[in-house]
Write a protein that binds this ligand. Structure first.
Ligand code: AP5
Ligand code: MG
Ligand code: ZN
Length: 215
């Protein structure tokens, strides 16, 4: 099962991906997480990527396409994968089609999670994320608080606030989404792969909707 989770910043892509990993035992591939790991390691790519990320802009297509090409070639992707935050532009989607065709593979479903903008701002400015890169669980100070403030329920690591989760950067990420990523809704609709869902409601209700689509 090869899935794409499509949706604006804060739509719940990462939250739902974590639940899908547990249920279907397939890996989550988040370009955002991979880029943040590169920033933390201080690699050349990470240093360049950080400028775009802090401005709420997209990292250049060739960089993320290269990341995805390498990641999809890993053996754990053979039984399926969940793409979270990729593709984000039409050229990225076209490059993905090409990479998958070379592997005799294809996308099965594009789950498009719809949430209105003011809700996204509230979600992102209240988000807390686990520092442990092997966990990376997301929380929300109001909607999904951890049992103990500032500490991850799953692994006990400290929680932090992402550098791009301030209101100004969130607004810029929303504008980027509307301009560059929304056209993918039509792109996948035309291919008959789009599975739109309402992303408002409890995290478990949304997960049930997604599982209903996947069967
Ligand atoms: P990325 O890390 O992908 O960020 P994003 O797309 O902005 O999405 P988020 O991770 O912020 O949101 P999410 O949908 O995962 O929501 P979450 O589940 O955490 O990308 C970051 C940056 O990297 C980009 O800006 C860009 O610069 C670069 N980049 C990445 N990929 C790229 C690409 N392909 N091309 C170019 N550049 C790229 O949930 C959010 C919050 O809401 C949490 O607090 C959660 O607890 C809460 N929540 C979740 N579900 C619910 C619910 N149902 N009700 C209430 N609260 C909820
Ligand atoms: Mg995410
Ligand atoms: Zn954790």
């Amino acid at each position: 099962m090869n899935l794409i989770l499509l949706g604006g910043p804060g739509a719940g892509k990462g939250t739902q991906a974590k639940k899908l990993i547990d249920k279907y035992q397939i890996p989550q591939i988040s370009t955002g997480d991979i880029l943040r790991a590169a920033v933390k390691e201080g690699t050349e790519m990470g240093r360049k990527a950080k400028e775009y990320m802090d401005a709420g802009k997209l990292v250049p297509d060739e960089v993320v396409i290269g990341i995805i090409r390498d990641r999809l070639a890993q053996p754990d992707c053979r039984k399926g994968f969940i793409l979270d935050g990729f593709p984000r532009t039409v050229p990225q989607a076209e490059a993905l089609d090409k990479v998958l065709a070379e592997m005799n593979s294809k996308i099965d479903h594009v789950i498009s999670i719809d949430v209105d903008e003011e809700e996204l701002v509230t979600r992102l400015t209240g988000r807390r994320t686990c520092k442990n890169p092997d966990c990376g669980q997301m929380y929300h100070i109001k909607f999904n608080p951890p049992k103990k403030e500032g500490v991850c329920d799953k692994c006990g690591s400290e929680l932090y606030q992402r550098d791009d989760d301030n209101e100004a950067t969130v607004r810029s990420r929303l504008a980027t989404y509307n301009q560059a990523t929304k056209p993918l809704i039509d792109y996948y609709q035309a291919k008959g792969l789009l599975r739109p869902i309402k992303g408002v409601g409890s995290i478990d209700d949304i997960f049930t909707q997604i599982c209903g689509i996947l069967g």
